[in-house]
Ligand binder design. Structure first.
Ligand SMILES: Nc1ncnc2c1ncn2[C@@H]1O[C@H](COP(=O)(O)OP(=O)(O)OP(=O)(O)O)[C@@H](O)[C@H]1O
Length: 234
């Protein structure tokens, strides 16, 4: 399969007072088109830093990052903003919906600025919220709000979908249904999904598992026996 993402010798340093903190220390990996990737690691390992650099929300101190043949580590601030807006869908632990817009408006608002955006109503139907589109975030459960956030990310028709602990604020059953939605979207749309978590139990749902430890890649594992989320317990 064609390579979509490449990290080459990526480092990220933060200067706090006198002491530099190496959040990433020579990170190399690649991800193919259509892959569902889980990035695993303990707190502080560097997972979110990887995701933020991949999403153009942060930049590497050194090294190269390629996405869809474009070297995003060389982009100007303006081009990086375009990349972030057009090519990347984000899903976070907290849903960050706009409280005074209903579900449909939240999705439309995000999608409309993108050239190839998808129909907001169709996407809300796909995530199982056909009958809640006129509801405001405060009228939706946590799981439903996360579905709106996923619809908002997907409606942009991005090149890749980045999820940072997307089930972190949800109970077990709701979290599992959100993971199933992400897995189904990946299967149906062949959109590349990179999901960051500290929960190693969900690794079997991925095509590839990247383990991060102290700012370095500990291992990259291809999973030939990918499992459906329904079959995984934790
Ligand atoms: N803006 C920042 N300024 C200084 N240090 C930072 C900053 N962001 C991250 N770090 C440090 O970089 C390291 C990696 O952080 P990162 O957030 O990527 O870890 P993580 O694996 O996502 O952790 P968690 O699961 O707790 O979110 C940590 O030591 C963290 O304290």
């Amino acid at each position: 399969m064609k390579t979509l993402i490449e990290f080459k010798k990526v480092t990220k340093e933060y200067q706090i007072g006198e002491v530099p903190i190496k959040a990433l220390n020579g990170v190399d990996f690649s991800i193919s088109e259509g892959e569902f990737v889980v990035v695993l690691g303990a707190s502080g390992a560097g997972k979110s830093t990887i995701l933020n650099i991949l999403g153009g929300m942060d930049t590497a101190t050194s090294g190269q990052v390629f996405v869809g043949g474009q070297e995003i580590s060389q982009l100007s601030e303006k081009k990086l903003t375009e990349y972030r807006g057009e090519k990347v869908g984000f899903v976070f632990q907290f849903y960050n919906l706009i409280p005074n817009l209903n579900a449909l408006e939240n999705v439309e608002f995000a999608a409309e600025v993108c050239k190839d955006h998808l129909d907001a109503q169709d996407i809300l139907h796909k995530v199982g919220l056909s009958d809640r589109i006129r509801n405001f975030p405060s009228q939706l459960s946590g799981g439903e709000q996360q579905r709106v956030a996923i619809a908002r990310a997907i409606a942009k028709n991005p090149l890749l979908l980045l999820c940072d602990e997307p089930t972190g604020a949800l109970d077990y059953v709701t979290g599992k249904s959100v993971l199933k939605l992400l897995q189904d979207l990946n299967t149906e749309t062949k959109k590349c999904i990179v999901l960051v978590t500290h929960n190693s139990a969900i690794a079997p749902m991925a095509d590839k598992i990247i383990k991060v430890k102290s700012g370095k890649i500990e291992s990259v594992m291809i999973n030939p026996k990918k499992q459906s989320v329904e079959g995984i317990e934790w």
